[in-house]
Every structure is written in C-alpha cells, then in structure tokens.
Design a protein around this ligand. Sequence first.
Ligand SMILES: [Zn+2]
Length: 147
Amino acid sequence: MGGTLKWCKNCKSLQMVKIIPAEKYDNFSSKSRNFWFDNGSGEEENRIHYFQRKARCLHCDHEWCTVEYDYVDMVNLTLSYKDLIKKNVGLKDKIKSYKDVVASMEKTQISLTIDYEHKKGELRELAKAFKVILNHIDRIEELEGSI
Ligand SMILES: [Zn+2]
C-alpha cells in the first residue's frame, strides 16, 4: 500500500498522510486545484501561482492545506520577506515611541485644560474681591461727598 510521507505539525514528526483534493472541501472554485495569490496590486506579474490540496495525517487525523510552489520563487519570497523584516527592525519601537509621544501630549493637553480652569477660578475670585474693593471705594467716596 503506497502513501505519502509528510510533516505533521500536530504530531511534530513525519507521518503517512491521505491526500484530499481541495475542491472537495470548503468553497474551492478551482477544480484544477490551481490558484493564484494576488498581492492586491492587480498586476499580473505580482501574482503567485500555486497548486493546492489537503492532507490528513493518518496518525492523528489533523488536516491541513498543502501548497506546491515553484522552489526558486519560494526562495526569493523567503529572502524578500527576510529583507522586509530587516528593513523594518525597530519599526515596532518607533511606533511605540510615537504612541508614547501622543499619550504624553494628551496628558499635557489635560493638564493645560485643568490649569486653564484653575486660572479661570482664580480670576473669578479676584474679580469678586475687586468688586468688593470697588464697593468700598464707592462707599468711601459717598461718605467723603457727604462730609
Ligand atoms: Zn499527525
């Protein structure tokens, strides 16, 4: 009895698997099992062709999609992926530091608002005191006028 030996990530070992045509599962529209991965650009040269089907581990029944893909394309894809990762090293830290800046700006804004409200309160108190003083002055002038 023949079979295919594949890596089962559930068993973490090579296992005999049953190959299942992808179109028998889910809503695969391509009966030929040939698919294109589109990066969203709509450019034909950026599409990646792959052949897809499923495998079922005969040891643990785990099922997964397998893809057959051009070896050279896979190496290039892996290298460009690593390059992308390398170029973006520190990006996460940069984003975090921007978020920190925004958070601290928000805090400053809050403290400015609090300070403004506080100053407004102080000014109101001063205005009240000023009115009292003005009333006293008016009263004094009244009294002086009556003398
Ligand atoms: Zn397994």
